[in-house]
Write a protein that binds this ligand. Structure first.
Ligand code: ASP
Ligand code: MG
Length: 429
């Protein structure tokens, strides 16, 4: 008998029908002889609606109270799911994050899990119950206050519980059939990936792919928990994310290991670009700019420094950051303008980032050239470039992103012959 941790996202439990459908799936897993722990998100767009509600009451709600409010969303779905399972004749018990032993630090709205002590969950499943756990939430070790793990945090709850319970697999049920070679909402011919390494998945997540959160994949890699991403709307095999490639046996009986040269194309339109204009070209300037940004607790992504015009001795430094941090960054730099020494700031939130990811590019010359050729054939202008060993990213105009993603996807032979990408649910909110 195995132990399976399953996670169902908001679009899978959007209404009573969805909850009943998910209850059936959970019961099937139990009937297949497994112990089952199911982690559940809030129904549909509940979390967004609760945030809207809070903002109507107070523009800057206290973190502690916002967490209290938001965790109610997952409580609703966990209780309903337990009821639906009982209706099917099986025993189920629901647990809050705190009851499930999800212990976090005390940073409200984006707490980190520091320990998981799943004693109650273990007892519950050992007694024959299906345990339902509210995702996205925990309890602070120090303050004993309720915390949330940041948007989309239920995936992390699931992987953390899977690690603590030494589960055989963590199944993440979502509204698409798995991880695709590009966002199926943008590329109709995106292909489902059968297996992807933790490393490539981490790069895709860091580059804007939303199917799995970066933090969740990081956790899975650290504890070596295989993740199976699949749809709760179909019975298809999804995508395995693990350290070992999946070995498939072909019809002729040969063993086939899939190791794609390129895993996929990710895009991200959530960032903005700040350009610091007229920076003296001398040591220490970049340090003081980025110290200012770091002191404001802002994470940046790409950085580019232009060659200084010899005549002026001045240069420009551009960097990208989440749009949501734009105001804060500009304010912090303006405040330190005389200390840092620059002429002016430019802010541009009409940018997009396109990234090509694949471990194969380490050993295959020409990937970069092909990438830039595809973009130029599509008439897309490149503003910034950054690379890692297994990724190339460029910044372009936001408007160019869908076309650019499709062009690169085709150029690397990733298009599938059929339109296999189905988006089953979700409002994309
Ligand atoms: N309900 C939370 C959110 O919408 C957590 C999750 O869905 O994973 O962000
Ligand atoms: Mg959600």
């Amino acid at each position: 008998m195995g132990l399976v941790v399953q996670k169902y996202g908001g679009s899978s439990v959007a209404d009573a029908e969805g909850i009943k459908r998910v209850a059936k799936r959970i019961v099937e897993a139990k009937q297949n002889g497994n112990q089952v722990v199911a982690v559940v998100s809030a129904m549909g767009d509940t979390t967004d609606e609760l945030i809207d509600l809070a903002e109507q009451v107070s523009p800057m709600p206290a973190g502690r109270e916002l967490d209290m409010l938001l965790t109610a969303g997952e409580r609703i779905s966990m209780a309903l799911l337990a009821m639906a399972i009982k209706k099917l004749g099986h025993e189920a018990q629901s647990f809050t994050g705190s009851q499930a032993g999800v212990i976090t630090d005390s940073v409200h709205n984006k707490a980190r899990i520091i320990d998981v002590t799943p004693g109650r969950i273990k007892t519950s499943v050992d007694e024959g119950n299906i345990a339902i756990v509210a995702g996205f939430q925990g309890v602070s070790q120090d303050t004993k206050d309720i915390t949330t793990l940041g948007r989309g945090g239920s995936d992390t709850t699931a992987v953390a519980l899977a690690a603590a319970l030494d589960a055989d697999v963590c199944e993440i049920y979502t509204d698409v059939d798995g991880v695709f070679t590009a966002d199926p909402r943008v590329v109709k011919k995106a292909r489902k990936i059968d297996w992807i390494s933790f490393e490539d998945m981490l790069e895709l997540a860091a580059s804007g792919s939303k199917v799995l959160l970066h933090r969740c994949v990081e956790y899975a890699r650290r504890y070596n928990i295989p993740i199976h991403v699949r749809s709760s709307f179909s019975g298809l095999q999804g995508t395995w994310v693990s350290s070992e490639p999946v070995v498939r046996t072909t019809q002729q009986g040969e063993k086939q290991v899939e190791q794609a040269l390129i895993s996929g194309v990710a895009h991200d339109t959530s960032e903005a670009k700040v350009t610091v204009v007229g920076v003296p070209d001398k040591p220490g300037e970049a340090a003081s700019i980025f110290r200012t940004i770091a002191d404001a607790e802002i994470n940046i992504d790409m950085v580019v420094q232009n060659v200084s015009a010899a005549s002026t001795g001045l240069t420009d430094i551009s960097f990208t950051l989440p749009k949501t941090e734009g105001r804060k960054a500009i304010d912090a730099l303006e405040k330190n303008k005389s200390g840092i020494g620059f002429d002016s700031l430019r802010y541009d939130d009409q940018i997009g980032k396109i990234s090509l990811v694949g471990a194969g590019m380490k050993t295959n010359p020409g990937v970069t050239a092909d990438f830039f050729t595809a973009l130029s054939d599509a008439g897309v202008n490149i503003e910034l470039i950054s690379t890692s060993e297994i990724r190339i990213s460029v910044v372009t105009r936001a408007d160019d992103v869908p076309e650019a993603v499709r062009a690169v996807h085709s150029a690397f032979g990733l298009d599938s012959d059929s339109d296999e990408a189905v988006v089953y649910g979700g409002t994309g909110r």
